[in-house]
Design a protein around this ligand. Structure first.
Ligand SMILES: Nc1nc2c(c(=O)[nH]1)N[C@H]1C(S)=C(S)[C@@H](COP(=O)(O)O)O[C@H]1N2
Ligand SMILES: [Mo]
Length: 380
């Protein structure tokens, strides 16, 4: 009961921030909430009609946005599947979801999910998550309007994405919009910036998230300093954590948040208002246009990358998506730099020191060691 009250409070607070697109869903959430203690059965006629009239928006599928009501979803060929997934805290989420598959929904409007590289699901509380076309092809993405044969609990519905076999992260509650995107994937980087050196160079701020104070650097400050914040070709920003989690965020959402620099799991993509489940802790890599950012500290956390000597140059390249070139320039925080061929670098290692600084050791090639390595640029 207490949990329910807290959830209701959360919903009410978050409601304030809802965009207009979420207004219909919000109305249903509130109405259900008030009558909510009896669970999701026995809706009044009025409640049912609000539920059925709740609309989700399909954006990017056609020239103009399409609105689909729950009633229209119900009229489509639907599947019912039981599914279980684990939350990040280890708890289980289980549902018996009913609704059309995403493919069915898209086909109903003459589209094909295979035409898009990414599908992003957005919710009324500001939560969003993207699925790649590969994941969509390999899974049943259910646009569910029922759980267990009845409307979703208000904090989950009226529409919830359920993807059996995929992390609960993808099971977007309170769905308001689906974005169909065509950007291919992360670009091959031309520059690699080491976060271990770059972040301490920037001003950090004290931010508060869920009542906890933390130190963090604005993502916009990082990008302004080390990449091109005005690059209009950047659409999505790709992140990878040392535990293998891959996320991609819109540039807008990325630039409105922070990178936490204090605490065990830092660097962490976070922000005062970023919904739980959208933070990325143990952030190892960011691809922003043709700039890649890499955390050596997190690379050391990842199995099999660091040897006794350090991280081989090849492992560094692999971690950011193969920045292949014949020549590279390596630069330290003071701006001193040296150029090397790929061959010369084949036995070189990068060492994370206990103070968090990074040393470049050209090893057998016999070049000069460099302390405080900041960046590596491919010389195309
Ligand atoms: N709208 C919305 N959907 C969401 C989230 C969220 O914060 N908002 N969190 C996601 C994450 S990270 C998890 S683990 C699951 C948790 O599912 P549950 O809330 O049913 O336990 O919901 C997912 N869907
Ligand atoms: Mo989660």
């Amino acid at each position: 009961m207490k949990r329910k009250v807290e959830r209701m409070k959360k919903i009410r607070e978050k409601k304030k921030k809802m965009r207009r697109a979420a207004a219909a869903a919000a109305a249903a959430v509130m109405l259900f909430g008030m009558a909510g203690c009896g669970g999701n059965s026995g809706l009044s006629e009025e409640e049912l009609s609000i539920y059925d009239n709740t609309k989700i928006i399909l954006h990017g599928l056609k020239e103009t946005d399409i609105e689909v009501s729950v009633a229209e979803l119900k009229a489509m060929e639907s599947v019912t599947e039981k599914a279980e997934a684990k939350r990040s805290n280890g708890d289980k989420v289980s549902v018996k979801a009913t609704g059309p598959l995403l493919d069915t929904l898209v086909k109903a409007y003459g589209g094909d999910t295979a035409d898009f590289s990414t599908v992003r699901f957005r919710a009324g509380d500001g939560y969003s998550v993207a699925m790649t076309s590969g994941m969509i092809e390999d899974s049943d993405v259910i646009v569910s309007y029922y759980d267990n044969g009845a409307p979703h609990e208000p904090e989950n519905g009226p529409v919830r994405i359920v993807v059996p076999g995929q992390r609960a992260m993808y099971w977007v509650r309170m769905l308001t919009q689906i974005d169909f995107e065509t950007e291919a994937s992360a670009l091959t980087p031309e520059s690699l910036i080491l976060l271990d050196t770059a972040l301490p160079e920037l001003d950090d701020e004290n931010i508060e998230r869920n009542g906890a104070a933390m130190q963090a650097v604005r993502t916009s400050a990082l990008i302004s300093e080390y990449s091109d914040i005005d690059d209009n070709t950047v659409y999505n920003v790709y992140m990878t954590a040392s535990d293998g989690l891959n996320k991609n965020e819109t540039k807008e959402n990325f630039l409105n948040n922070y990178i936490r620099t204090s605490g065990e799991n830092s660097p962490e993509f976070t922000g005062p208002e970023l919904p739980d489940g959208m933070t990325v802790n143990g952030l190892m890599k960011i691809n922003y246009g043709s700039t890649a950012f890499l955390s050596m500290a997190q690379l050391y956390e990842k199995d099999g990358t660091a040897t006794g000597e350090g991280v081989p140059f090849s492992a560094l390249l692999k971690a950011v998506g193969n920045m292949t070139s014949d020549e590279y320039r390596i630069t330290d925080a003071e701006g001193n730099s040296a150029g090397y061929t790929l061959e010369e670098l084949s036995d070189a290692v990068f060492i994370l020191n206990s103070d968090g600084s990074v040393t470049f050791d050209p090893a057998v090639f016999g070049g000069v060691k460099m302390e405080g390595v900041l960046r590596i640029d491919a010389q195309y």
